[in-house]
Design a protein around this ligand. Structure first.
Ligand SMILES: [Mn+2]
Length: 169
C-alpha cells in the first residue's frame, strides 16, 4: 500500500502536512506544486487500496481526479478551506472541509488533532494572512507576534517554542 501526501506548496499546505506527520509519521510519496498550482490530484498514480491525504487544494478544482481515484478504490482523507462545490458522496472519502472566513487548512488540521501541534497551525494562519482577523478562531495572533523568532534559526526555535504562548480566545 502506498500513501500519497498531496499538498499545496504554500505555508498553509506545508504546515498542515507537518502537523499530521508529526502526529502520525509515515513514509509517503509527496506531491506538491508552487503556490496556486493546485490541480494536484491528477498527478497521483494510485492503485486500489492505496491512500491519499489531500491538503489545502480545492475540491472544485480537483473534482474529476478525486472521483476517478475514489472509483478506483483509493481511500482519501481531505482537508481544505477553499470553495468546494458539491461534495462527492462516496465511500472512501473522509472530508474535513470548512470554507468559513477566518480558517485555513492548518486550522482544520489543528481541530482534527485537537491542538497537538498548534504552533504549525499558527504558522499556517500567518501564511494565509489570517493574522489579526477578528473572526480568527484559533488564537490572538497579533498578541503573540512579538514572541516569534526572526533570525535564521527560526524553524528550530518554533519547534521548541512552548505552545502555551498561543493564547486561545
Ligand atoms: Mn490555505
Amino acid at each position: 500500500m502506498t500513501h500519497f501526501d498531496v499538498f499545496n506548496g504554500d505555508a498553509d499546505g506545508i504546515c498542515s502536512l507537518l502537523q499530521l506527520r508529526f502526529a502520525t509519521p509515515i513514509d509517503s510519496v509527496l506531491i506538491t506544486g508552487a503556490k496556486r498550482d493546485i490541480a494536484l490530484l491528477q498527478r497521483v498514480d494510485a492503485q486500489p487500496g492505496d491512500e491519499v491525504t489531500a491538503l489545502d487544494i480545492s475540491v472544485a478544482v480537483n473534482r474529476q481526479s478525486l472521483l476517478a481515484l475514489l472509483d478506483r478504490g483509493v481511500k482519501i482523507e481531505y482537508f481544505d478551506h477553499h470553495f468546494a462545490g458539491e461534495l462527492p458522496k462516496r465511500a472512501g472519502l473522509d472530508a474535513h472541509l470548512d470554507a468559513s472566513p477566518g480558517v485555513c487548512t492548518g486550522i482544520l488540521v489543528d481541530r482534527y488533532l485537537t491542538g497537538k501541534h498548534r504552533i504549525w497551525a499558527v504558522v499556517a494562519a500567518f501564511g494565509d494572512n489570517l493574522a489579526g482577523r477578528p473572526s480568527n478562531s484559533l488564537c490572538r495572533l497579533r498578541s503573540i507576534r512579538g514572541d516569534w523568532p526572526t533570525s535564521g534559526s527560526s524553524v528550530k526555535a518554533l519547534r521548541t517554542t512552548p505552545t502555551a504562548t498561543v493564547a486561545p480566545i
